[in-house]
Design a protein around this ligand. Structure first.
Ligand SMILES: Nc1ncnc2c1ncn2[C@@H]1O[C@H](COP(=O)(O)OP(=O)(O)OP(=O)(O)O)[C@@H](O)[C@H]1O
Ligand SMILES: [Mg+2]
Length: 627
């Protein structure tokens, strides 16, 4: 008995006894510590009530007592009150004490204070709730997969993204929930975390319920107390838009670089072609009586002309094509081109033109817009060898901020849209990535030069527009061009047609400045053939000296734009100062580059793009002198 008492006193549990009426007969030291009463205060009192808080329902308490008195062991949880008034969560096991005749003569209760455990459970529940809310509110998808590759958790975003329903995916195997490819991809990613124990970042494309997605996924190991990787938590962000923009940016930088290269080559070629075409012309004149040699010279000339057409296209691509600017009604222009297109496309293609209701006016070179329509229509025709439908539509379009944010190179504003849609073979993403590059073609040798879309791109860029292509294999292609609408207050200068049927010569004096000797010699010869007197200078210093020395009138300054040292416009300014009334004609392989609107207006100046034929030079010179 004494040993039993010692054990009870040393135990960490609260122990007390009462008589049959509930009067305390014994309390152990743990009771005193937990409730704050001295043994002497409580023994002899009938005090279950002082242990009662207001939170115990009377009926429950009554049933507890009834069971006890009926000789049952009763286990219950109570919320009791200490002497100081604090509340204690108590787990109670109450046992009736019986005498030899099975009469209940008292009770023994063993209690445990579970207040701290209860508090922790509540805190855990609260924390769980907090994280679940956080995970469900996130825009990222969040998931947990354990070592056995079971899905332990995923949030709503993850469910929506992969078309899962939470109720029947939790606890399932990865491979039972996701398609083979996706499961394989996730497996590859998480196995790195399981094997290294390190967090990992992946950026990969997934096929999801929402289509193709680029996901940036952080995978974090979840450790056991022994620091083993128990599971992997993933947080995946949709970076599809960012990826697309990065791709577009790279693309536009590439086009910029290729454009510079093409422009540079075209410029140098123009000089060479001017010489080739010019000298073959002169040779022709001289060889009138040697018809067999003449045929050879004609071949040279023809090849030169082909090369010159190619160079012009390259210039268009690098946005250096000379252009006249005037008000163009795109719908009207398309209607005009319609007839010509019909013949070009052939019977097997059904062509329809849909003009928007509004007036679709832009300021542009009508020749360029025509070129765009023709290039796109020819591509559409080639994509529909077995026939199909080609629809050309014009309309007014607004590009808003949302569009601009998703399309590198687009600017917000009002545009005239011109779309060319076909029902042809369409393009794979791999082809789409290259279509604007000069010389990119999928057509057999000799059938395509790959300059069609490059030219379209250059023209559109030159006009501060935007071009979009929507194409999928076997689903046809729509190319849409957006031409900026003119600001209301700007009046387009309408250029006049300036074709003279035959070049006419004259006897005026022309100061010719050109640093490339073969071209200078060619121009001199041409001008002299047309009767002009030519003063020849190889650079600006030379020209200034000549201008100062020459005693008689000079009527025209004919000068290259770009030369070593001072350039054409600078020279013009100085010479015009010496000789007011002098007219200026520039030639260059880089039509618009160095000449600002200001330069053009300052001296009644005209411009001739290289390469030019001797006739074109003669006509332009006459036109300048007569203007
Ligand atoms: N409407 C279209 N449908 C399908 N593929 C197209 C379409 N337009 C262009 N392409 C693809 O883009 C490539 C480049 O087109 P682009 O017009 O620049 O050159 P090309 O037509 O091959 O040659 P070129 O126009 O110089 O004769 C084509 O070879 C073709 O593969
Ligand atoms: Mg083409």
């Amino acid at each position: 008995m004494r040993r039993l008492r010692l054990a009870i006193e040393a135990s960490g549990e609260i122990v007390f006894t009462t008589d049959a009426n509930g009067t305390f007969t014994y309390v152990n030291p743990e009771f005193e510590r937990a409730y704050g009463y001295e043994s002497s205060e409580i023994v002899g009192c009938c005090t279950p009530r002082i242990l009662k808080s207001d939170s115990t329902i009377p009926a429950e308490y009554a049933s507890f007592w009834a069971l006890l008195k009926d000789n049952h062991i009763v286990k219950r949880e109570f919320l009791n009150r200490t002497k100081q008034g604090a509340l204690l969560h108590i787990e109670t096991s109450a046992n009736p004490i019986v005498d030899a005749t099975e009469q209940v003569i008292g009770f023994l209760a063993v209690q445990r204070d579970v207040t701290e455990r209860k508090r922790m459970e509540a805190a855990l529940r609260e924390s769980e709730r907090r994280y679940r809310t956080l995970a469900d509110a996130a825009h990222d998808s969040i998931f947990i997969i354990n070592r056995r590759r079971q899905i332990e958790y995923h949030n709503d975003v993850h469910a929506k993204r992969f078309g899962l329903s939470s109720s029947n995916t939790i606890g399932k195997q990865l491979t039972d929930v996701f398609s083979g490819d996706t499961a394989g991809q996730i497996e590859r990613q998480i196995s790195v975390v399981f094997s290294t124990g390190q967090r990992q970042l992946f950026e990969e494309r997934f096929t999801s319920a929402q289509g193709e997605l680029w996901l940036e996924t952080w995978l974090v190991p979840m450790l056991t107390d022994d620091s083993e990787v128990r599971a992997v938590m993933g947080v995946a962000r949709d970076v599809t838009v960012r990826k697309a923009l990065e791709g577009q940016l790279l693309q536009s930088q590439k086009m910029e670089a290729v454009g510079r290269l093409a422009g540079g080559i075209a410029h140098d070629f123009n000089n060479l072609l001017t010489a080739i075409l010019g000298y073959s012309e002169i040779l022709r004149d001289r060889l009138c009586d040697a018809p067999d040699v003449l045929a050879d010279v004609d071949e040279i000339k023809k090849a030169g002309e082909r090369a010159s057409r190619l160079t012009r296209q390259l210039l268009a691509f690098s946005r250096k094509q000379p252009m006249s600017r005037q008000i163009v009604d795109v719908s009207a222009l398309v209607a005009d081109v319609h007839k010509m297109l019909g013949r070009m496309l052939g019977e097997h293609i059904e062509l329809s033109v849909v003009a928007g209701r509004d007036v679709c006016q832009v300021i542009a070179d009508p020749g360029q817009i025509e070129q765009v329509v023709v290039n796109l229509s020819v591509n559409a025709r080639d994509a529909m060898p077995k026939g199909g439908r080609l629809t050309i539509a014009t309309d007014i379009a607004q590009l808003d901020d949302a569009f601009v944010r998703r399309h590198v190179g687009a600017n917000a504003g009002s545009y005239v849209s011109l779309s060319v849609q076909d029902t042809g073979c369409g393009m794979t993403p791999a082809v789409l990535a290259h279509v604007f590059e000069p010389f990119f073609t999928t057509k057999p040798q000799g059938q395509g030069t790959g300059l069609g879309l490059a030219t379209v791109y250059g023209i559109v860029k030159q006009n501060a527009g935007y071009v979009a292509i929507d194409s999928r294999p076997d689903e046809g292609t729509t190319v849409t061009i957006f031409w900026p609408m003119p600001a209301n207050d700007r009046n387009a200068s309408v250029s006049q047609a300036t074709s003279l049927p035959h070049p006419v010569g004259g006897s005026e004096t022309i100061l010719l400045v050109e640093d490339e000797q073969p071209i200078r010699a060619l121009m001199r010869k041409t001008l002299e053939r047309y009767g002009y007197r030519v003063l020849e200078a190889q650079d600006v210093q030379d020209a200034l000296a000549l201008g100062a020395r020459y005693p008689r009138d000079v009527d025209l300054l004919l000068s290259d734009v770009i030369m070593p040292g001072l350039n054409g416009p600078d020279l013009a300014q100085r010479i015009v100062a010496q000789r007011p009334g002098l007219r200026v004609l520039y030639v260059s392989g880089f039509p618009n580059s160095l000449l600002s609107e200001h330069d053009r207006n300052r001296h009644r100046m005209a411009f001739l793009a290289k390469p030019f034929t001797p006739e074109a030079l003669a006509m332009k010179v006459r036109e300048c002198l007569d203007s």
